[in-house]
Design a protein around this ligand. Structure first.
Ligand code: RB5
Length: 142
């Protein structure tokens, strides 16, 4: 799968960790930045990711900021982006099964690396249910 990943400075460490963990996997990662812990603005990072996903340059995205909140809000302002903050195993599955989320979001300062890797694995290995009611609701969001 083609996966784009991006973070602000608050998510930089976790982003780097995720990339390393998947280094020898079947997935192809593209790092959209930021590339250091120097302070930067998460809305601009979310814009970059949205552009990448909407233009189908990757199958899925991963975004990280300090809390996961700011970058979720910013990403979800874009038509066609369904960014989900994954905070437990059930939500990691439901975000794909019901919402067909195309961006997984994490908080670099609020979540442990272990839990993030667990939720990401579930998210990547869960299929959208394709149920009529879920398709209808997603279509209603545009
Ligand atoms: C940056 O300090 C921090 O505000 C940002 O990473 C994020 O947590 C915002 O929601």
């Amino acid at each position: 799968m083609k996966i784009a990943i991006a973070s602000d400075h608050g998510g930089y460490e976790l982003k780097s960790y995720i990339i390393k963990q998947y280094a020898n996997s079947e997935h192809q990662f593209t790092d959209l930045g930021t590339h250091s812990e120097e302070s930067c603005d998460y809305p601009l990072i979310a814009d970059k990711m949205a552009d990448y996903i909407v233009n189908k340059k990757a199958d899925l995205g991963i975004l990280v900021c300090g809390s996961g909140i700011g970058i979720s809000i910013a990403a979800n302002r874009h038509k066609g982006i369904r960014a989900a903050l994954l905070y437990n195993e059930q939500v990691a599955a439901l975000a794909k099964e019901h919402n067909n989320a195309n961006v997984a979001v994490f908080g670099g300062r609020t979540q442990s690396k272990e839990e993030v890797m667990k939720y990401l694995d579930i998210f990547l290995n869960t299929e959208f249910s394709n149920g009529e009611r879920h398709l209808r609701r997603i279509a209603q969001m545009g």
